[in-house]
Design a protein around this ligand. Structure first.
Ligand code: ATP
Length: 380
C-alpha cells in the first residue's frame, strides 16, 4: 500500500518559492508523472517526498501516517536518480545487494532477492561487472534494481531516462511501463519530457512556477488543458493560441451565436462565455486544415489533406500566410502567419504549401479551446 497525500506542501530557498502550497493525492499503485519546464519545482517536490529536503510548510502523509519529518530510511520509498548514483567500485551484484546489506538482511535472502531482481531486469549476465563496464541502459536498470530489492511501497524517480540516447529511451519507456504494471507499486516520476509523461503515466501533474496547473489523465491534459500554459506546454508543435474578443450580434442572429474575432481570425460558436470578453482561442496543429485550395495547387494531383471537406458555412476561418514548411518524414508542419501570431498546421505529406502564399485555414468549431485572456484559465 502506498497512498501519498500532499497537503499545502511548500519549499522556499531564500526569496525563491520553489514549491508553492501544493495539494495532491497519489493513489496506491498509480503512475504519476510530475511534468513541467526546468525550474518549475518538480525535483524539489520529489525530494521532499523522499525526505531529502525538509519542507518549509505543509505535510506529507503515507497511507495516513504523517512522514513530513521522517528520515528517508523510515519512509519505505525508494528514490531512483537521473545520475543512477551507483557505487563505481562495486559489482552489479553488490550494488543491487547494498540496500539490503545496510539493513542487515540475512545473506541467503539477499542472494535470492538479488537474483530475482536481476532476472526481472535482464541483468543476470552482468552481475559480476562494474558500472563502468555497462551501457547507459544497463546502468539505469541497475539503479532501478537497487530500488526494487527493498520492495518499497513507492518508487520516486527523477528523470531516470534523461542520460539515455533517444532509441534506448523509447525502449526503456516501454519497459518501465511494463515494470510498473508487474510490480503493482506506486510510481512518482519527474520529467520535463511530455512524451514520457503521456506514454507512461496514469495521471500527469503539470507544474509551473512551483504550482500545480492541472492534474489529469494524459487525455485530460492534452484534450482539455486547464490553462494556456498547459495548452502550450503539451504537443509538438504545441497548441496554437490567438488573441480574440467574444461578441454576439443578437439582431443578426437571434439564436445568440457567439463570435470570436481576432486579427485574421473569425470563429462562430454555438456556445461560449459572456460577450465582449477578451479571450485566447486555442487550436491544435493537427486539427487545422485548409479551408480552400491555394491557387498554386489547384490542378495538382489529389492530396487528401487538401481535399478534406470544410464544415458547412465554414464557421471557423483563419487567414494565414505560409512562412515555412518543415518535413518530418511522415508528416509536414507548415508555419503560417495569422495576424501577429505564427500558427502551426500539421498534416500528411505533402501539404503542397508554398512559402509566401496566402492560406485560408479552418477547423471544426468543437476543436477550438477558449481561455480567459487575463487569467489564462480555460473557459470551454
Ligand atoms: P529541472 O527540470 O531543471 O531539474 P525542476 O522543475 O526540477 O527543474 P527544481 O530543481 O525543483 O526545478 O527547482 C525549483 C526552483 O528552486 C528553481 O528556481 C531553482 O533554482 C530553485 N532551487 C532548487 N534548489 C535550490 C537550492 N538548493 N538553493 C536555492 N534554490 C534552489
Amino acid at each position: 500500500m502506498a497512498r501519498i497525500e500532499i497537503e499545502q506542501l511548500s519549499r522556499r530557498f531564500g526569496a525563491t518559492v520553489a514549491v508553492d502550497a501544493v495539494d495532491l493525492t497519489i493513489l496506491d499503485g498509480e503512475f504519476v508523472a510530475l511534468l513541467g519546464p526546468s525550474g518549475c519545482g518538480k525535483t524539489t517536490l520529489l525530494r521532499m517526498l523522499a525526505g531529502l529536503l525538509p519542507p518549509t510548510g505543509g505535510r506529507v502523509l503515507l497511507d495516513g501516517r504523517d512522514i513530513t519529518n521522517a528520515s528517508p530510511k523510515d519512509r519505505d520509498l525508494a528514490m531512483v536518480f537521473q545520475s543512477y548514483a551507483l557505487y563505481p567500485h562495486l559489482t552489479v551484484a553488490k550494488n543491487l545487494a547494498y540496500p539490503l546489506r545496510s539493513r542487515r538482511v540475512a545473506k541467503e535472502q539477499i542472494t535470492e532477492k538479488v537474483a530475482a531482481v536481476a532476472e526481472q531486469l535482464a541483468l543476470t549476465p552482468y552481475l559480476s561487472r562494474r558500472p563502468k563496464e555497462l551501457s547507459g541502459g544497463q546502468r539505469q536498470r541497475v539503479a532501478l534494481g537497487r530500488a526494487m530489492v527493498r520492495n518499497p511501497a513507492a518508487f520516486l524517480m527523477d528523470e531516470p531516462l534523461s542520460n539515455l540516447d533517444a532509441k534506448l529511451r523509447t525502449a526503456t519507456r516501454t519497459e518501465l511501463a511494463a515494470l510498473h504494471r508487474g510490480l503493482d507499486a506506486t510510481f512518482v516520476y519527474v520529467t520535463h519530457d511530455q512524451v514520457e509523461a503521456m506514454t507512461m503515466a496514469n495521471r500527469i501533474v503539470v507544474m509551473n512556477g512551483g504550482r500545480v496547473e492541472q492534474v489529469g489523465t494524459p487525455e485530460d491534459v492534452y484534450d482539455a488543458p486547464a490553462s494556456v500554459f498547459v495548452a502550450t506546454f503539451l504537443g509538438a508543435p504545441p497548441m496554437n493560441v490567438l488573441p480574440a474578443t467574444i461578441t454576439t450580434d443578437r439582431a443578426a442572429d437571434p439564436a445568440g451565436r457567439v463570435v470570436a474575432t481576432g486579427d485574421g481570425l473569425r470563429a462562430e460558436l454555438w456556445s461560449g462565455p459572456t460577450p465582449d470578453r477578451d479571450v485566447v482561442v486555442g487550436v491544435r496543429p493537427e486539427r487545422l486544415r485548409l479551408a480552400a485550395r491555394p491557387s498554386s495547387v489547384v490542378g495538382a494531383r489529389d492530396r487528401s489533406f487538401l481535399a478534406l471537406p470544410t464544415p458547412p458555412g465554414c464557421p471557423v476561418r483563419l487567414d494565414g500566410v505560409v512562412e515555412a514548411v518543415e518535413n518530418l518524414g511522415s508528416e509536414e508542419v507548415a508555419f503560417c502567419r495569422v495576424g501577429d501570431v505564427q500558427v502551426a498546421v500539421r498534416g500528411p505529406r505533402p501539404l503542397s504549401l508554398v512559402t509566401g502564399e496566402p492560406v485560408p485555414l479552418t477547423c471544426d468549431p468543437d476543436d477550438l479551446h477558449l481561455f480567459d485572456a487575463a487569467t489564462g484559465r480555460r473557459l470551454r
